[in-house]
Ligand binder design. Structure first.
Ligand SMILES: O=C(O)[C@@H](O)C(=O)CO
Ligand SMILES: [Mg+2]
Length: 270
């Protein structure tokens, strides 16, 4: 079976953020991921990882701006990254630097950078070159810290007008950027909603070695993977058969309690 990481932004939300680490460890997770750690000092988060024998495998660069007191508000106001947004280059760079500062303390080898909401009246295509330049810069900075930069195609129902929606578009950006540590975060929930044909997409992209992280959730509800239209046992077998050795993040909203809903995983955590 693949190795699963608990997503502490969507799971265990019945607990305060810093208490979710112990809860994940009690459920026998050995790895976690989350969206944004910036409400806390890196040392505070690092202590929770160490205390609970957990490794951090992925988190996001700030969605916009690096002022910690305004980051949650920025997210609520639809800030979804700046990699593809004209006029936000300084903000993008500051966000990547801030993420790298956390990654170093947290020992995390992967940072997901969001690319942004396409402004009204702007063609997505016209933003590609800017995005490639920003990603190339971010990858070079991250390489010095031994980190990968990841980009994730996200569905337009959850994130209207988000810049990056399709696997092939993500791989086009990688082709253009030519940075070995620029990789794809393949979220099968988004992939199913946007493109479908998920097993074929796994066959197409996992062997490239460019997929550095996978995420899962049931479709359409984004609940446990045993709820909904995707046949995850089959997809897990496919992931294994393709020799994917990376992490699979459980990025779902538990339907009725996180621990209670882990039956789908019983006996499957490495
Ligand atoms: O799929 C998602 O929503 C996340 O992986 C994410 O990072 C969006 O912020
Ligand atoms: Mg995701």
């Amino acid at each position: 079976m693949p190795q699963f990481a608990a997503n502490l932004s969507l799971m265990y939300t019945e607990l305060p953020f810093l208490d979710r680490f112990a809860a994940a460890a009690r459920d026998r997770f050995t790895a976690v991921e989350f969206l944004f750690p910036y409400a806390f000092e890196p040392a505070e988060v690092a202590a929770r990882l160490t205390d609970n024998g957990l490794q951090l495998v992925l988190f996001n660069a700030p969605p916009g701006g690096t002022d910690r007191s305004r980051m949650a508000a920025a997210w609520d106001q639809n800030a979804r990254g700046t990699a593809a947004l004209p006029g936000h280059e300084a903000e993008f760079r500051a966000g990547v630097q801030e993420a790298l500062r956390y990654a170093e303390v947290l020992g995390c080898p992967r940072i997901h950078v969001l690319s942004g909401i396409v402004p009204p009246g702007v063609e997505r295509e016209s933003l590609k070159d800017l995005c490639v330049g920003n990603l190339r810069w971010a990858a070079a900075e991250a390489a010095r810290a031994g980190c990968d930069i990841l980009i994730e195609p996200v569905n337009l129902r959850d994130m209207p007008r988000y810049f990056l929606n399709r696997q092939d578009h993500a791989h086009e950006l990688l082709d253009a950027a030519q940075a070995p540590n620029l990789k794809v975060l393949m979220d099968l929930y988004h992939c199913q909603i946007v493109e479908g044909d998920v097993a074929t997409k796994l066959h197409q992209y996992l062997p490239t070695g460019r997929v550095a992280h996978v995420q899962i959730a049931g479709v359409p509800g984004r609940h446990e993977p045993d709820r909904g239209e995707l046949n995850y046992p089959f997809l897990f077998d496919t992931i294994d058969a393709l020799g994917y050795g990376g992490w699979v993040g459980c990025e779902y909203r538990p339907a009725a309690g996180t621990s209670q809903g882990l039956g789908w995983m019983t006996g499957k955590i490495r």
